[in-house]
Design a protein around this ligand. Sequence first.
Ligand SMILES: [Ca+2]
Ligand SMILES: [Ca+2]
Length: 277
Amino acid sequence: MQSRGIPPTLSVLILVLFGACTGRRAVFDGVLEEFLLAEAEAASALRDERPLQPLSLEPLDPTMLCQTPRDPCRDAPCHPEAGCIATNELEYECGPCPEGMLGDGNDCRWPRRVALNEIDYDQPGPDDAEFIELINLGDATVSLEGLVVLMLNGDNDQVYRRIQLGTLGELAPKALALIAGPSVEAPADVPQLRIQSAGFIQNGPDAIVLADQDGRELDALVYGGRLDGFDEEAHALGEDRGEGSLVRLEEGGAFVWTCRASPGLPNTEAFDEPCGL
Ligand SMILES: [Ca+2]
Ligand SMILES: [Ca+2]
């Protein structure tokens, strides 16, 4: 059986082209690799006495052989402010993201300024109107994809419920979103994630942590009592005593008790006891 490897004339042609393209190895190496693979396959088939497959080589475009090497940074794969550094003709590295931004240099983004805004964990009678209200404090619309609410049991520091927020979609600046029990009444245009069971928020002392997909804590609230391991600022200054809820009245401020829960609406006031006056 006769070898169907690279004919001698073709080998010479390859060497000539190689010489013409000295310093432009990237494209040439790819072409040469194709020839070598074809020849190796032919040798293997002869050795194994397998039928030879037709040798199919695409017609060569001479202009491709001597192209200027491809610049891997040509298509600007990195964030514009991170910068791109070509490490060879095929690979690149991105510089660090600008200060304050998150990401790996390819993708840089400002941190999502989503925060806890209100919680109603206790109602008179069955706790079927519990809710957690979230707010986008940033100046840009953000996706809630990847964010998670972790509900921690204060007795053992274990997460007793984990709620992924991706289904809430996007949140415009200063807009609100809700995780709400079955009896909560809220404006229809507020994104809502419904929990169809009463008592999904323990009455405390427990904690709620809002975190992103990298495990970074965006916000935290300790309610119904004190817990070790949390910043002083995370502890609510009041308790939800059936009526009302715990609300934040200013950005980053403490949670205080109010008689009037406002699911899906701005928090506007704090009330002292007694409620209903
Ligand atoms: Ca409850
Ligand atoms: Ca509210």
